[in-house]
Design a protein. Sequence first.
Length: 366
Amino acid sequence: MSSIDVLFEPFTINSLSIPNRIVMAPMTRSFSPGNVPNDDVAAYYRRRAEGDVGLILTEGVSTNQTTATGTPNVPNMYTDEAKAGWEKVVKGVHGADGKIAIQLWHEGPMRRPDKTPYPDVASWSPSGFNVPGKVQWAPMSEEEIELAISEFVNAAEAARDIGFDAIEFHGAHQYLLDSFFWDQTNIRDDKWGGDWEGRTRLACEIIRRTRAIVGPDFPLTIRISQWKQTDFDAMTASTPEEFGIWLGFLKDAGVDAIHCSQRRFWEPAFEGSPLNAAGWAKKLTGLPTISVGSVGLSGEFIAAYGGESSEPASLDHLVEMMERKEFDLIAVGRALLQDPEWVQKIRDGRNDELKNFTKDALGVLY
Ligand SMILES: Cc1cc2nc3c(=O)[nH]c(=O)nc-3n(C[C@H](O)[C@H](O)[C@H](O)COP(=O)(O)O)c2cc1C
């Protein structure tokens, strides 16, 4: 008989103490007019701290105002107004004894210029395409790559100065960093492409230069995914050996933890072992890892966008995996988007109060 107690053991990532194993997954909410997180956004995050979430990860936050985002009302960490907004968010969360990390995001080739106020600005990508082989833009120049790095590092430094407890770099889901990792979207033959060292160089430069500024104790994490938005079965690393090489470069650059995005946390990452991606990442690197994907809900999140509703689901399988110490932390997305008290309800056995997730929740800051 498994016990949810394993979810309520403390954990540390570098110097950051986290009171339990539950992380709020990063979720774009598009509730920041002018790209500035306002008081409603601050109250939304504070409610998760009051609801005993162990570590809050913010929604993806843009590193500039032009190429980094094609999604309306997404907050940035670029303008003074947005930084002032984030300061209020951090104060609110700390006022409720919570911990909060910012997720820094560049949409890269997934940005749709026509959906932005800058339709004539080309999206940034390693080789000019978002889906393999379909050329849309010129590949990023050396100057643009340098600019992308400095914008990530500047945003990270600003986030540390504002008081965020940690920084997560968004290296998943076919966005800028992931499109450099994946050999189907990165066919460059210069030092930013080619082998694993070349394809991880952009992320590693961002990590290394951030580490040089924030010092050895400040927690840095990266989120990665094998799956792509245009291909759920894609695998950036096709074997555990390749996965180890990829993550090894990120570890050597200085990340403290790896967050492995999956749509369903229980799915094995490679044939022949039940370990999921976070399980393999922990085994291969020895770093703390975060898993995610359909925790506490019957359906997965992409289908939720399409209108499929989900019911509360058992946590037994999750608990068994965590009791086996396959990974260290579990991120929870929609269940926490819908219900700021989800952690307390799980802890206190108030299962009859758990809610279904419906698409309508996407339009509300509960
Ligand atoms: C509304 C919404 C917005 C999301 N935005 C982000 C994001 O900004 N960054 C990111 O890495 N993942 C994002 N995701 C993915 C989630 O972090 C998470 O991996 C996914 O929802 C699976 O977890 P769940 O099944 O518990 O919802 C988003 C998911 C949802 C539902």
